[in-house]
Write a protein that binds this ligand. Structure first.
Ligand code: NAD
Length: 327
């Protein structure tokens, strides 16, 4: 019988480290051509400024089949609701039968954090001590968890959000075992001038910091923008960085940070150093010197959702967690 896995179930079943490992395996499988991942289908829900994305994928060996429906409604913030609503259907790859219906928002947060964590483990400086978060919403919390997992030397945290109440609440709600000195930054410039690692996790359509202020050796995870017109990170950052994308297909069709400089003729797709599968398979190098600026641009891929969902389902079976239901 299929099971329902709630957001609390998913949270209790998955650790960031395990999901990073599952994503690594999934990207290796992708590099061997063992996955089928069509570009996601985006459905504009114009009257409500929303967009719903349908993200299916199939992976061979180990087998997996599933689809996520994720909707991004930025106006939800004003209603006190999360920007993202998501649901995941995991099916048996040999029969197509339903195995589990899962909360997809928790799955998305953890897998997006894990993707940044995985990329950062190849691109960031191991001795990074200062983390800067631009955007203090839902994703930022998972990104912080992932950065803590990858950079054990982190000691300081600067948080900036255009909504000051959100950054203040973010600091108040930090876990007590964080072991980092955390403060609200007064401006993005303050974050960028201090940070060794930066995460941009905003809904902004225009650049949230000035790339000219980046210090040598900084690593940036830019996760917020997911349409060709959104440019959360400016052109200067892209031009100054070694650029790695989650997938070429995804970023070359959806990431404004990459597409806008290409359209303007100042950047080209040949200048993208690698995708994540290139790094994990060892075909491409990560960071090569201490002064390099590195940028990981992600728009998210169904490969990640499937990897995290399979892991959650396997662990749920082992632990007897989940509500069985007939359909
Ligand atoms: N790359 C991926 O795989 C992936 C996965 C999930 C979500 N996302 C995207 O990440 C973004 C953030 O998602 P979320 O769930 O955290 O949303 P959220 O609404 O919870 O948080 C976004 C925050 O960004 C802040 N913000 C907006 N403009 C800003 C600016 N210029 N400077 C600083 N802060 C600013 C908002 O005030 C808000 O607090 C969304 O665009 C979402 O679609 C990407």
């Amino acid at each position: 019988m299929p099971v329902i896995l709630t957001r609390e179930n998913i949270r209790s079943l998955l650790t960031m480290e395990e999901v990073m490992e599952a994503l690594k395996e999934a990207f290796l499988s992708y590099s061997r051509g063992e996955t089928v991942v069509p570009l996601r289908l985006g459905l504009e829900v114009t009257p409500y400024q929303g967009i719903s994305l349908l993200m299916p994928s199939f992976q061979k060996n180990p087998d997996g089949l599933g689809v996520k429906l994720v909707s991004v409604f930025p106006e939800n913030v004003k209603k006190g609701l999360p920007t993202i609503c998501a649901y995941y259907l995991l099916c048996d790859a040999q029969t197509g039968r339903l195995l589990a219906l899962m909360d997809g928002a928790m799955l998305t947060g953890i897998r997006t954090g894990a993707a940044s964590g995985l990329a950062s483990s190849y691109l960031g400086r191991k001795d990074s001590r200062v983390l800067g978060l631009l955007g203090a919403g839902v994703q930022a919390r998972f990104q912080l968890e992932a950065m803590k997992a990858v950079f054990p030397m982190l000691r300081e945290l600067y948080v900036f959000d255009v909504d000051k109440k959100r950054s203040a609440r973010f600091i108040e709600e930090l876990p007590s075992d964080l072991r980092m000195e955390a403060r609200v930054a007064q401006s993005p410039d303050e974050v960028v001038s201090r940070a060794d690692v930066i995460v941009t996790a905003t809904t902004s359509r225009s650049p949230v910091f000035q790339g000219k202020l980046l210090k040598a050796g900084t690593h940036i995870n830019a996760i917020g923008g997911f349409t060709p017109s959104m440019q959360e990170v400016d052109e200067e950052t892209v031009l100054r960085s070694k650029v790695v994308v989650d997938t070429f297909e995804g970023c070359l069709s959806e990431a404004g940070e990459i597409l806008i400089p290409i359209q303007r003729g100042v950047f080209s797709k040949d200048r993208i150093h690698s995708d994540l599968s290139g790094l994990v398979s060892g075909k491409q190098r990560g960071r090569e010197d201490e002064r390099e600026i590195t940028l990981f641009k992600s728009v998210g891929t169904a490969i990640e959702d499937l990897a995290a969902a399979r892991l959650a389902y396997q662990k749920a079976l082992e632990k007897g967690i989940g509500l069985p239901f007939e359909i």
